[in-house]
Design a protein around this ligand. Structure first.
Ligand code: ZN
Length: 491
């Protein structure tokens, strides 16, 4: 098997997929046509091709590179079986509307409208309308899930989670143990601070908290004035230069900040070519949430745009995404550094700000922890009603706020991405403590921090989390640094 020819073809396939995702999610076109791209490249992930690759891996002693190619192509083979329904879902999502009070709101903009609505009764009606619009898409998501499981069986897999674990080499049981500790050890701190903040900010008692109340609470509009989009970008670019990092990576990073109706409210990065052409897509609006999303995506963009171009495609694009998420969280985490918040962003009374950001992080950690537990059970043949109830009860309990059961599939990222996020948060906290140790608490002002980060980024996705941890003597993944990272602002 000619691995280099295969790599070349995979590179072309990935470029087309990233371009398609960019155009569709950035609202530049409504119709999703991923299925066409999968059809053009179907020879790449034909089951006989996967067998050949497995055989070639045997000869090469099962090295990381070919294993990553196999992991990617197996997932591509599964995705290809459901891509028609994925396209239907994305196209309908891009054109769906939610009925607001005086106007129709695009579904993809509804979450922003909910966060922006200060009146609780109106917000509750919007939340309900959004949940109904999502529920209308649920039959497509259910069909996707069922067909995905059937495709796993046809490939000889036992279940989707088992196949995922086998391909990724990640043990979900190990991760689940860590997150159970996280849930138990942060329970009281989370409920205490949330109760106090909800009452003080929204006048809502914790026992009556709903998902949309938390969305409003974490919107914290009082910081909008202090964090205008251009102001944040300028502050971050100055900080990057102090660390000796070029924030545009010599033009390899392009920014799409244009307002478009069908643009998704979640910021994202489209790595069209790594490292040559990386598009950072944000939805501007100001406020700390947008600043945070911008920093996160900038972390991805800097990672991809600084990856060594000489690495083979699997190490530039296909490794464990937990690494790139950890780098994104490292940048996002600047909003939890009191010196950065006070001096660089110029936010007065920074302790209040840090408390909001830390509570939001803990909310996300607890929500994703619950989602991991929920998603592991999603493929065991339970009925839609049972799955929706499992989602509602697990996520509501972890976040102390009532979640609409209709989100039970909409809220699920493909391919257990939730596990990548959780591992990334754990690694990020360990790496950050290392940065403090080497470059002190104000590492974002140190001109030695940049070269250290550039060295990490240059490796692309080649190192596993274990080898990254080993490079920096971090030891095994451990939950304590992550708990400490939020507790220092909440306890
Ligand atoms: Zn990310």
């Amino acid at each position: 098997m000619d691995l280099d020819a295969l790599r070349h073809q995979i590179e072309g396939f990935l470029r087309q997929l990233a371009e398609e995702e960019y155009l569709q999610q950035a609202g530049l076109k409504s119709e999703s046509q991923g299925a066409v791209i999968y059809r053009q490249h179907q020879h790449l992930f034909h089951p006989t091709r996967l067998d050949e690759l497995r055989a070639a891996m045997g000869e090469g002693g099962g090295t990381t590179g070919p294993r990553l190619l196999l992991e990617f192509l197996t997932h591509a083979c599964l995705e290809a079986k459901v891509q028609d329904v994925t396209d239907r879902f994305l196209s309908e999502e891009a054109t769906a509307f939610v009925s607001g009070e005086e106007r129709m709101i695009p579904l993809r903009g509804a979450e922003v409208a909910i966060r922006d609505e200060a009146d609780r009764a109106r917000r509750s009606r919007l939340e309900q309308a959004r949940a109904q619009a999502i529920d209308r898409l649920n039959p497509l998501l259910r069909e996707r899930l069922t067909r995905l499981q059937e495709a796993v069986t046809r490939l000889g897999g036992v279940s989707y989670p088992a196949l995922w674990e086998e391909l990724s080499g990640i043990h979900l049981d190990d991760l689940e143990k860590l997150i159970h500790t996280l849930l138990a050890r942060t329970q009281e701190m989370y409920a205490d601070v949330l109760k106090w903040m909800l009452k003080r900010t929204l006048g809502v008692p914790l026992s009556e908290a709903k998902r949309h109340d938390l969305a409003r609470l974490f919107r914290a509009p009082e910081y909008d004035r202090l964090l205008p989009p251009q102001g944040v970008t300028a502050a971050v670019e100055t900080a990057a230069q102090k660390m000796r990092i070029d924030p545009k990576a010599a033009g390899r990073i392009q920014i799409d900040a244009e307002e478009r109706q069908a643009k998704t409210s979640r910021a994202f990065v489209a790595p069209i070519e790594v490292p040559k052409r990386v598009i950072l897509v944000v939805r501007p609006g100001g406020g700390w949430g947008d600043a945070s999303a911008y920093l996160h995506e900038l972390g991805h963009a800097l990672h991809f745009a600084n990856t060594d171009p000489a690495l083979p495609v699997e190490f530039r694009r296909l490794g464990d995404a937990s690494a790139t998420e950890a780098f994104a969280f490292l940048l996002e985490g600047l909003l939890l550094e009191s010196g950065f918040v006070r001096r660089v962003l110029g936010i007065p009374r920074e302790r209040d700000f840090l408390r909001v950001v830390a509570l939001h992080k803990l909310y996300l950690l607890r929500r994703y922890a619950a989602e991991l537990i929920y998603e592991r059970g999603l493929y065991d043949g339970r009925s839609p009603a049972q799955a929706a109830e499992a989602y509602r009860s697990l996520v509501s309990r972890a976040t102390a706020a009532e979640f609409p059961p209709a989100l039970y599939l909409y809220d699920v990222d493909p391919a257990f991405y939730v596990a990548r996020y959780l591992r990334a948060w754990i690694l990020e906290a360990q790496l950050r403590e290392q940065l403090y140790e080497r470059f002190d608490e104000e590492c974002y002002r140190n001109d030695r921090t940049g070269p250290f980060l550039l060295d990490l980024w240059r490796q692309g996705l080649a190192p596993t989390l274990q080898s990254l941890a080993a490079q920096h003597s971090l030891g095994p993944l451990q939950i304590d640094p992550l708990i400490r990272s939020v507790a220092r602002h909440l306890a």
